[in-house]
Structures are given as C-alpha cells and as structure tokens.
Design a binder for this molecule. Structure first.
Ligand code: KIV
Length: 273
C-alpha cells in the first residue's frame, strides 16, 4: 500500500534524529492530532509526529494558535501516542505555558509528558526561552525549538509574512538558533524564512533543522497533515505541496451516501440482518 519502505523499524529517538543529521538522511515530520490519523502516518513510516498547536486552527476552527489550552493539547497528545509504535511524538507547548517562569514551564512540560506519554515537547522562541528550555531539560524532557514565523506571536507580528528577510532579524535568528542549541534543544523547526538563511543555520548547528517554508537545505521537513492531504483547501502558501484532494473525495463520498439513503438503495438486501 505505502510506497515508502521503512528501512529502520526501531522507535525513533533523539539519538536516531541526531544520527540522521550526521548521515545526511532527511527527517520526515508531519502533524497529527487524533488516533486514526496518527496510526496511519506512523504506518506510512514517518519519523516524527508533531501534535502541533495548529490543532487550534485545523481541529478547533480558531483563527490563530493562541486560544488552544494545555488541557486541549493533552487530549490530542494522548490520543496520538496511543496509536503510534515507531515515530517520535512531540507535543507543542501552547501559548502562555512556558515564556514566563521557567519553573512553571517545567511543571507544564512534565504534565504534558506524564499525561500524554509523548517523547518530547516543542516550544517557540529564541534567547527569551533559554532558561525555560534548560529547566525543562533538567526534568529529562527532550525539547524541540521553533524559530522564524512563530504563530503564537501573530499578535506581535501582525501578519503571516516571511520572517527574517531583513539583515537585523536574520542575525537575531542566527544567534537565537545558537542559543537554542546551547540550551540543549535536540532539533529546531524553522518556519517561513529565506532558504539561504535556513541553509546558514543548518550548516552552523550540530543539531538538525526541520523546515516548514524553510527550503531545501534543512535537515528535515514538516507539514500540517490536513494541508498536505488537501483537506484544508483555503490554505495555499508557496511552501505547501498538496499530495491528495481529500476534501473533494470526502464531499463526493458523503454526497453519494446521501443519494443512496434518499433513493432507498442503501441498505440493500445484503446489508441488513
Ligand atoms: O503547530 C504546528 O503545526 C507547528 C508546525 C507548523 C511546525 O508548529
């Protein structure tokens, strides 16, 4: 069924992710928020699953990732973990749960790990989250960073345009990437920044970079599952490759079901007791 052959069936760990960077093997990450989809993407051979706070948009219909809560993320995280055998599962720390007091950040990360069974957490930001990352790591929790277009800061940014196109912001991103690595992050997501800048970050860091709109030089790529499956047809950024047209297929399938119910052809003699 799947066209991809899993070469290493072992559970993906932080060590394995690091080895992939060293070996030049690209890392494939995707989002998932529920049991059924997580089981399918794991079977397909994905390396890492992100229970992203993009659940706020695609699962809850919010305009931004700001409203989603830690309780919501724990429910999504737990259902994903239940389905997954091989992929590494990361859960996003939502808005307002890690940028203040590092002790509180650690408490929230511990809660996510204990109540979901995930393999690590992801959080957004640069040097300002350095102390929180150190504190979370002290609890034995792997941390993935996230730089560039960090959607939780949308109210500061004002729009979802490409970040770090100007020299000053590019320099800040480079120093933030170094700070995240120094704090102990095992990988960093780079969202919607120029490919040349992502290349520089990728070359300077010993930990892998995972791009979403970060271009071809990143060590890996991540996409939002609903976007790449063609479930969310209103979102068409340049960086997105759409692999299916599931929205059309679902509307078509349900439309056919409605016709069959209305005209009495479902259920037929073989579909009843
Ligand atoms: O929440 C999310 O889905 C993300 C990805 C876009 C990286 O953070």
């Amino acid at each position: 069924m799947s066209t991809y052959t899993i070469t290493n069936p072992k559970k993906v760990t932080t060590k394995r992710v690091q080895e992939m960077k060293l070996a030049g093997e690209k890392i494939a990450m995707i989002t998932a928020y529920d049991f059924t989809m997580a089981g399918l993407v794991d079977k397909a051979g994905i390396d890492m699953i992100l229970v992203g706070d993009s659940a706020s948009n695609v699962m809850q219909g919010n305009a931004t990732t700001v409203p989603i809560t830690i309780d919501d993320m724990i429910v999504y995280g737990r259902t994903v973990v239940r389905a997954v055998k091989r992929a590494m599962v990361l859960v996003d720390m939502p808005f307002g749960t890690y940028k203040g007091d590092p002790i509180e950040a650690q408490r929230n990360a511990v809660r996510i790990m204990q109540e979901t069974g995930a393999d690590g957490v992801k959080l957004e930001g640069g040097s300002e989250v350095h102390d929180s990352i150190e504190m979370i790591l002290r609890a034995g929790i792997p941390v993935c960073g996230h730089l560039g277009l960090t959607p939780q800061s949308i109210n500061q940014f004002g729009s979802y345009v490409t970040r770090a196109t100007e020299e000053a912001e590019a320099q800040k991103l480079l120093s933030d990437a170094a700070a995240l690595q120094e704090a102990g992050c095992f990988t960093i997501v780079l969202e919607k920044i120029p490919a040349t800048l992502a290349k520089k970050v990728t070359e300077r860091l010993t930990i892998p970079t995972i791009g979403i709109g970060g271009g071809k030089y990143c060590d890996g790529q991540v996409l939002v599952l609903h976007d790449m499956l063609g479930l969310n047809t209103d979102f068409k950024p340049k960086f997105l490759r759409v692999y299916n047209n599931l929205a059309e297929q679902i509307i078509d399938s349900v439309g056919n079901y409605i016709i069959d119910v209305k005209d009495g052809s479902f259920p037929n003699d073989d579909e009843q007791y």
